[in-house]
Each structure stands twice: as structure tokens, then as C-alpha cells.
Design a protein around this ligand. Sequence first.
Ligand SMILES: Nc1nc2c(ncn2[C@@H]2O[C@H](COP(=O)(O)OP(=O)(O)OP(=O)(O)O)[C@@H](O)[C@H]2O)c(=O)[nH]1
Ligand SMILES: [Mg+2]
Length: 266
Amino acid sequence: MTIIRIEKYGAWTLTLGSDREAQIQMLQARIYYDLQKLFNNLNCIVYFNRFDEYFSITNGLSLNDHIFIHNKLKSKYDKLQISMTIGIGKTPLKANNNAHNARTNKSYLDKKYLIFGIRSSLKEKNKDFLDKQKKIIIKDNKISIIHVDVDSSKKINLEKTPFEMTCNIMEIYVNLIRQFLKYDGLTFYLGGDNFMVISKIMKKENVKDIIDSVSKKLNVNLNCGIGIGLNSRKAVECATNALDKIRRLRDKGNDEYIYEVTWLQL
Ligand SMILES: Nc1nc2c(ncn2[C@@H]2O[C@H](COP(=O)(O)OP(=O)(O)OP(=O)(O)O)[C@@H](O)[C@H]2O)c(=O)[nH]1
Ligand SMILES: [Mg+2]
């Protein structure tokens, strides 16, 4: 994964004066748009983390791909310093921890472009990812992304006020974060009633246990599409496709709420 961060952002925002909040929000929305577009073109997905920091699931990208994106961003946001930290690990949580270590130890992969990462943590075959222009796709490097969605939230919307609904969604978010973290998965909120979990390949019954426990605790029904692919864009597409399949099955009277779609071609 790659964690993209706007550096020295707090200090820079002060230069905008006190009437700055709307400007900051507009800028962040633009940066998010650009990041999503640039990474999507290279078959990756981006999640806004706290808007001064974004996570992209970048399996299969080379260091030069990162430099390419960095240059595009630099040409648009020349007043901002943007760093990227590449984290590698067998699970998403381990990749996050690896990225954190690289960042705190100032372990540069490319100092000029502010790209951090720990070379020694890479296995030989993974080193090629970062050292060469050529993309190397490791066949057994499957990415699993889980798209979780509240069942019939529009109906619940009619009973609850908009802000009560927000409160419920945030409760679901926190509970999904905590439960999936036990399996080293990272959950992100996408908007509406949608969440995505970057997970290792999990057993369906473990996913079911989590979904059942959160559903029971918060008295909601959650649908869950599991997507497995060789890059994050494909895994996301499969996960959403699985969710759509659940909706089609539901319309035929089937009450399946966890479904998996796998696509292992490039
Ligand atoms: N990010 C994201 N948001 C979506 C997606 N589909 C719907 N939404 C958002 O979620 C809200 C609720 O839509 P739905 O989930 O389709 O509505 P629902 O009543 O819960 O219907 P079901 O999920 O089919 O039970 C919408 O208003 C959108 O904001 C999606 O694929 N991705
Ligand atoms: Mg829904």
C-alpha cells in the first residue's frame, strides 16, 4: 500500500488566514479527485483517510509509477509538499505498520520525490517492484477487498432524521474497524451506507461472524460483497459486483448476504 500525505500542511493552512475552512475543503476535494484519477488509471483505488492523508492499495506499482504520479501532482500543487510512503506486508495491517516504520525512520526510496519505504523488508522478488520500471505482477499476490453496505438504508432513512442516520453509520464504521482489525483488515468509509475493508484472504465464515456480530449489536442488516483480484481496482470491482449480485438474489427472494467474486486475470 501507499500512504500519500500532504506534508507541513498545518503550518501551510495558517498562511491562508482565519477565513480558510472553505478553501481547505475545496483544495482537499480537488486533491482527492486527482489522486483517485491518477491511481485509478494505474489500476489502484484510493481511500481518503483524514483528507490530509490518503491510502492507496498499490500492489503491482513500481517506484517509477509513484514518481510519475508525484510529478503530475507537483505540476498541479506546486505550493504543497506531498510525500508517499510505501508499506509492504503479508496483511494490510502489517503493510500499514511497515509504512509507519519507514516514515518514522526516514527511510527513503527516493529522497528527491519524498518517497519512503524500507528496502530490507522486501523479499527479492518484491524488490523488483520498486527498483525497476517494469511492472512485475506476482501471481499469488491476491488482493481481497470487502464492500459492506447497509441493507435497505433508504427505508431506515424514512424513519430516522438525517443526523440520527449519520450517528448510526458512524457506529457501524467504528464496529467494523474494530472487528476487522482483529484479522489485520483496514476498514474505510466511502460515503452513504458504504464501507470497504482491505483484508487478507479471509475464510467466509470469519467474515460472516463479524457481519453477524455487528448486525446484531447495532440492529441493522449488512450485506457484504467479497472481491478478490490481482490489483485493487479489480478487487473493488469484484466486491461491488458481489454486492450487486446479493441485491439481485434478494429480489428473487434469496436471503444471501455474503457473496464472493474472484477475478484472477489481468
Ligand atoms: N460509495 C458508494 N456509495 C454508494 C454505492 N451505492 C450506493 N451508494 C450510496 O449509498 C446510499 C444508499 O444507497 P443504497 O445502498 O443503494 O440504498 P439502500 O436503500 O440501502 O438499498 P440496498 O443497499 O440495495 O438495500 C446512496 O444514497 C449512495 O449515497 C456504491 O456502490 N458506492
Ligand atoms: Mg444499502
